[in-house]
Design a protein around this ligand. Structure first.
Ligand SMILES: Nc1ncnc2c1ncn2[C@@H]1O[C@H](COP(=O)(O)OP(=O)(O)OP(=O)(O)O)[C@@H](O)[C@H]1O
Ligand SMILES: [Mg+2]
Length: 254
């Protein structure tokens, strides 16, 4: 389980999130919804263990990340994958981009190290790469250059790269903004597949309907914290907090 306890963070004097707690289990999808600028990306950056919060703790399977020494923290960080809003692919083929997800693991996973060693001098594509691309429906484009992909395809390759990394937790920041319904649907299916593989997924999105479709639990971020976190159905059909209700019904924009 990944757990945030009483997190607060400011940029300069401006508090973004204040006293926020959240837990994410492996094998569940947690949606974070809230208006632009409320702190969704900030929360994901803290969960990705790259941004040290001003206050509060982040725990991964019981280990407090910021109390750990640097080596331990690096090992903990390797359990978490993040897909940023801009796909940021390398100037290389689709297969190479996804393979990078494997390579960053090779230092600590003997099985993958073996798999990669056996690939030296060969042009074969590792199973984990074709498998991840299969999930996002792009197995036919292994050798296409990433620069020539459509925006939706690039997003899906970026998602496949994170899957190939085999994280315990996967953080997705607006994974389908600017995508058409077909690409959106493919990414949403891949989110379900990640969950079925036992990955704990966090999806930050300002598309509340997406959260309703993909999440098991939803946190509503308004002001400087969650007004409510609960099962998706409760949040959308029977919220207890008045501001949550207004936000869900579109009355409250911020
Ligand atoms: N590095 C930074 N320095 C200063 N202010 C920042 C920094 N990063 C974010 N902020 C501010 O913190 C607030 C929260 O930003 P954040 O990106 O977390 O919001 P968000 O909910 O992800 O918004 P969006 O839906 O538009 O992506 C914003 O007001 C933003 O301007
Ligand atoms: Mg954001």
């Amino acid at each position: 389980m990944m757990r945030l306890r009483r997190l607060s963070h400011s940029y300069g004097d401006e508090p973004v999130v204040d006293d926020v707690s959240l837990s994410v289990d492996q094998g569940e999808v947690v949606g974070i919804i809230g208006p632009s600028g409320v702190g969704k990306t900030t929360l994901l950056r803290v969960l990705s263990l790259f941004l040290e919060p001003d206050a509060g703790s982040v725990e991964l399977d019981g280990d407090a990340v910021w109390d750990a020494d640097e080596d331990e923290r690096l090992a903990l960080r390797r359990q978490v994958g993040m897909v940023f809003q801009d796909a940021s692919l390398f100037d290389a083929t689709v297969a190479r981009n996804v393979e990078y997800g494997l390579r960053v693991r090779q230092g600590w996973d003997e099985r993958l190290r073996e798999q990669l060693r056996s690939l030296v001098g060969s042009t074969a594509t590792p199973d984990a790469v074709t498998d991840a691309l299969e999930i996002v429906g792009l197995n036919g484009k292994l050798d296409q250059h990433a620069r020539s992909l459509s925006g939706g395809e690039a997003q899906r390759v970026s998602f496949a790269r994170a899957l190939a990394y085999e994280p315990d937790y996967l953080l997705l920041d607006e994974p389908t903004s600017d995508l058409d319904p077909r690409n959106t649907g493919l990414i949403e299916e891949a989110i379900g597949e990640a969950r079925d593989r036992g990955i704990g997924v966090v999806v930050a999105t300002h598309d509340m309907h997406q959260a309703e479709r993909v999440a098991d639990r939803v946190g509503v971020l308004l002001g400087d914290g969650f007004t409510e976190i609960g099962p998706t159905e409760t949040i959308f059909e029977n919220p207890t907090d008045e501001r949550t209700r207004k936000f869900i019904s579109g009355e409250l924009v911020y």
